[in-house]
Design a protein around this ligand. Structure first.
Ligand code: ASP
Length: 339
């Protein structure tokens, strides 16, 4: 594992951290040494402070991030598509109760689970999404099925579950998503109404560049703890949490969804890259400045058509990692701590 290099930025009075680097500690790879393939992931941003977790928990997150990185990398190493890689990477996190996606999804205020997911193929900007699903085990697979097996981009609620079932995807009872940890979080949030939203969320996402130069992005979440039934965040919205366009950029976001929707974060980043010629980290910093100015927090992972990548967030920490043929790295807190 290589150590991530961070450059701290001040965004909206909060700490933001941009992590760059690949083979060297100091600078992003120049275009001439663009990677053959690369995968970048996140497992949610929020109030994740050093000392807030036991060493065992910390190790479990790092292991889970590496499992995800390896799942996606296996696809890319073998010459598979960026689309298959992002799906493989987020699937492992959907199945891991550590993350607020799939099995570990948070509870709504009504004590149920409503999950959101989206996926986008940078080759043709085809995209699929589901919002408020309650029974499909892996929402990212439902999002992909919407993209590939329907003429639509998004299905919601019962119709989305019915569509997933008709496609032969594995269905579960809503209680499959119950975990003690998330139930305790719900009880805490319901009791302490004054809490900020910052410690109520989490999401997972992946972006990838494949050997063919194609980009893809995927984002999947349980949303925010104690969200109102029917509330939909940014994760299933193409242009808010997810975007991919070949030659431009791929983005997956995590954070307080209402703000990410209002800024249109993922599309704003890609437009700044495409129209203003900004590098992906500068563009991401500008979009997160807008989120912070409105009062929101969270983060993004970004990857350019040439493989330059960054982690930019204005929350205390973000579970994150990268992998390519030269190595890999993971980190959790705002300060560089990964190996
Ligand atoms: N963006 C997600 C939502 O608002 C939550 C998160 O990423 O933490 O539903």
């Amino acid at each position: 594992m290589k150590r991530l290099t961070h450059a701290a930025l001040a965004l909206g009075g909060l700490i933001a951290t941009a992590c760059a680097s690949v083979s060297s500690e100091s600078a992003p790879a120049p275009a001439s040494t663009a990677p053959e393939w690369r995968l970048v992931i996140h497992g949610g941003a929020g109030v994740i402070l050093p000392g807030s977790m036991t060493p065992e928990m910390e190790a479990a997150y790092i292991t889970a991030l590496n499992v995800s990185l390896e799942a996606g990398a296996a696809v890319l190493r073998a010459g598979g598509s960026a689309l298959d890689a992002v799906e493989a990477a987020v699937l492992t996190m959907e199945d891991d109760a550590l993350f607020n996606a799939g099995h570990g999804a948070v509870f709504t205020a009504s004590g149920t689970h409503e999950l959101d997911a989206s996926i986008m193929d940078g080759r043709d900007r085809n995209a699929g999404a589901v919002a408020g699903v309650m029974r499909v085990k892996n929402p990212v697979l439902a999002a992909r099925a919407v993209m590939e097996k329907s003429e639509h981009v998004m299905f919601a609620a019962e119709g989305a579950d019915a569509f997933a079932q008709a496609q032969g995807l594995e269905m579960v009872e809503n209680a499959y998503f119950d975990t003690d940890r998330r139930r305790e979080a719900l009880e805490r949030v319901l009791q302490e109404r004054a809490r900020t939203a910052a410690d109520r969320h989490g999401t997972v996402g992946a972006i990838a560049l494949d050997r063919g130069g194609n980009l893809a992005a995927a984002t999947t979440t349980g949303g925010m703890t104690a969200k109102a039934a029917g509330r939909v965040g940014d994760a299933p919205l193409i242009g808010a949490a997810t975007y991919a366009e070949n030659g431009v950029c791929a983005v997956s976001a995590t954070g307080h969804g209402e703000y990410f929707i209002r800024v249109g974060v993922a599309k704003t980043i890609c437009d700044r890259v495409k129209l203003a010629g900004e590098d992906v980290k500068t563009a991401a910093g500008a979009a997160l400045d807008e989120v912070a100015a409105l009062g929101g927090d969270g983060g993004v992972i970004v990857l350019s058509g040439e493989g330059d990548y960054g982690f930019v967030f204005n929350a205390a920490g973000m579970y994150r990692g990268w992998i390519d043929a030269s190595g890999s790295g993971t980190a959790i807190y705002g300060e560089d701590d990964a190996e």
